[in-house]
Each structure stands twice: as C-alpha cells, then as structure tokens.
Design a binder for this molecule. Structure first.
Ligand code: SF4
Length: 338
C-alpha cells in the first residue's frame, strides 16, 4: 500500500475487498478511472485480479465520429504498464450507426473474453432513431451512455459463465462533485448484472464507486503520486476525457475540435442538417464553435496534439518524480456527461 489516506473514504462504503475474486474497472482512460485503478493497487489488490474493460464508442472499425483516435492504445499501454488484463467491447458500428438507425434492429454487441470475442444481439425489433442522444441526465434519452457503455459492460458480465458462482466487484469513477445527478449515485450497491439470488447462476456482482467522495484535487494528487502521464487530451486543455466530440461539448471544445479535427467535426455538423435538429437545444455546433475559443494549450503542445490524433500512443505512461506536470485541462471546464 503506497501510503494512501484511507480517511479519503468513508469506512462504511469500502467493501470487504478480500472477499472478491475479480475486480472489473470500467476504464475510459480518463483521470477518474485511472484513480480507481490506483486506489485498488493502493489497497493491496493484486494486478492479476484486476481487469480493465474499455468500451469503444465508435466500435472497432469504420466510424471515427466520437472517440479520440489514441484512446484505445492509451488504455492498452496503461494496462501493460501495470500488468493488467484489458478487454474491449463495442456496439457494432458504434454510436454513429445507432444514431442513423432507420427501420433496423439495434446492432450486435461484441465483447472480448479470455477465450476470444463473443457476440450477442442484433436480431431485435426494427426501430428508427435518426437523432442525436439528448443532452440530459436521463439515461433513457441520453442513450449513448447506456448503449455504448453501461449496457455493454452488463452484457459482457452476464454472458460470461466465468462470473457465475463467484464474487466480482465492478469499479467505476463517477464523482459527486461532477454534477447533481452524479452526487445522488450510491457508493456501493449491487451491480445491474448481479444475480446472487439465482441458485443456478449465483453471480454476485457489486458496484463500487471509490472516488465518488473525492475532489478533483485529490484525484490529481493520486495520479501525481503514481507519476502517471494522463491521456494527451488533458494536455491540450480538455478537463474531462470523454468522447472527443461529446454531445455535452462546450463552445471552447467545439472551437478546438473544429481547429484540430475539421473533417469529423463538420461531419457532426452535417448530421444536424440531415436530422433537421441541432445537437444542442439552443445553438448549432457551428454557432457553439463560433462562440468558443480554441484552447491555447493546443498550440503549446504540438507533440501532444500529434499523440491525441494518432492511433498509437508513443509517449510514456509513467514518468519519474520531478518530471510529472499537471496538464492544462486540470481544474478546467468539464464539458462531459452529467
Ligand atoms: S462521452 Fe458524451 S457523447 Fe460519449 S457516450 Fe458519454 S455522454 Fe455520450
């Protein structure tokens, strides 16, 4: 244990970690999910017991509308640096296909397992979407979080017999400080894939949010203590690592996206025309971009920009004490999910 301050956690919300067989971290590659991993390691959990599960919001091939290009490889290299297993999962065609669904079933979901890739679904009822996810805390209307992330992880757990007759702890990085909606989340509760009362499955899955009560300052302090070089987007000025073109993007983020990735950003704008409704209730993407300012850090960190837009992460995951730098995006605007 690396001198963690256990007083950061309310004792009653720390589960008995010694009772779990597997620890699954829903790993976006962002600072809060990194802090979750470091917390488990701080608390003495062995790397062999930890699995990172990362959801590819754009799917595995084809779409490039939402994800930062480097995120998949950054997550892979983070896992390698700590000797952790990492599994990817995705909705076929990603959010873009779901957004454009027109009298079609929801696409199949794929998830990696120790035995290879499994596929479920794809044969459901026909339906039409042809709209953006809504900018709301209501997950049924902000369907991107559910379809691309929450449902995918639940399906991956529920469809792998290795989680039956065992105890699994799912660890996610929501913090109360982020929004009023997140402040209401339980710190410890049964996970939605839990089936502990089924005699046949006996699948106990709990859901722990270890950083829920932490401030952003405490999260960065943990990351600094471990010498983690975070995802390049933070060094360019983004305060939260979510989709590069998150539906909650601020005017500054839209202005920055238009400057660094005009093709994908204009493609998003074209969908506003095609769907005949804007992503934001009040302003179009181009109006938001015009109202924003390109992050200054982008021009100051050309190598980080190159990294962020590359499919390969070529920088270090861990740096020596004294070399660690707080990124420009720290304590900045969130512009992420509610
Ligand atoms: S990061 Fe934004 S766009 Fe991406 S899934 Fe979450 S809410 Fe939706």
């Amino acid at each position: 244990m690396q001198g963690i301050q256990l007083d950061l956690f309310k004792v009653e919300t720390v589960p008995d970690l010694s009772s779990y067989d597997t620890f699954i971290v829903a790993f976006s590659g962002g600072k809060d999910s990194i802090c979750c991993v470091l917390t488990l390691l701080d608390l003495g959990i062995q790397p062999t017991q930890i699995e990172l599960h990362h959801h590819l919001v754009d799917g595995r091939e084809g779409s490039t509308l939402f994800d930062w290009p480097v995120t998949e490889d950054y997550c892979r290299q983070f896992a390698q640096a700590f000797g952790l297993k990492i599994y990817y999962s995705w909705l076929e065609g990603g959010l873009e296909r779901e957004m454009c669904r027109d009298n079609q079933p929801k696409a199949p979901t794929h998830f990696e397992t120790p035995e290879g890739v499994q596929t479920i679904g794809g044969q459901g009822q026909l339906g039409t979407r042809r709209k953006f996810p809504a900018k709301t805390a209501d997950l049924s209307r902000r369907w991107c979080s559910a379809y691309a992330k929450i449902d995918v992880l639940s399906a991956a757990i529920a469809n792998q017999p290795r989680f039956n007759h065992s105890k699994t702890l799912v660890v996610t990085g929501e913090r109360a400080e982020e929004s009023a909606a997140r402040a209401k989340y339980q710190r410890l509760e049964p996970h939605r894939s839990d089936r502990r009362n089924s005699p046949k499955l006996a699948r106990q899955v709990d859901h722990w949010r270890p950083v829920h009560g932490l401030s952003e300052k405490q999260v960065w302090a943990t990351i600094e203590r471990w010498g983690i070089q975070v995802h390049p987007a933070y060094y360019l000025g983004w305060g939260r690592l979510s989709c590069q073109r998150c539906i909650f993007g601020s005017p500054n983020q839209w202005a920055s996206n238009l400057a660094i990735a005009p093709t994908q950003t204009k493609r998003m704008q074209a969908y506003e025309v095609e769907f005949q409704h804007t992503l934001d209730n009040k302003r179009s993407i181009s109006e938001m971009a015009a109202a924003g300012t390109v992050y200054e850090a982008i021009a100051q960190h050309p190598q980080m920009l190159e990294q962020a837009l590359s499919r390969r992460y070529a920088a270090a995951i861990r740096v020596q004490a004294g070399e660690w730098r707080l990124p420009a995006g720290a304590f900045g605007e969130d512009g992420g999910p509610l």
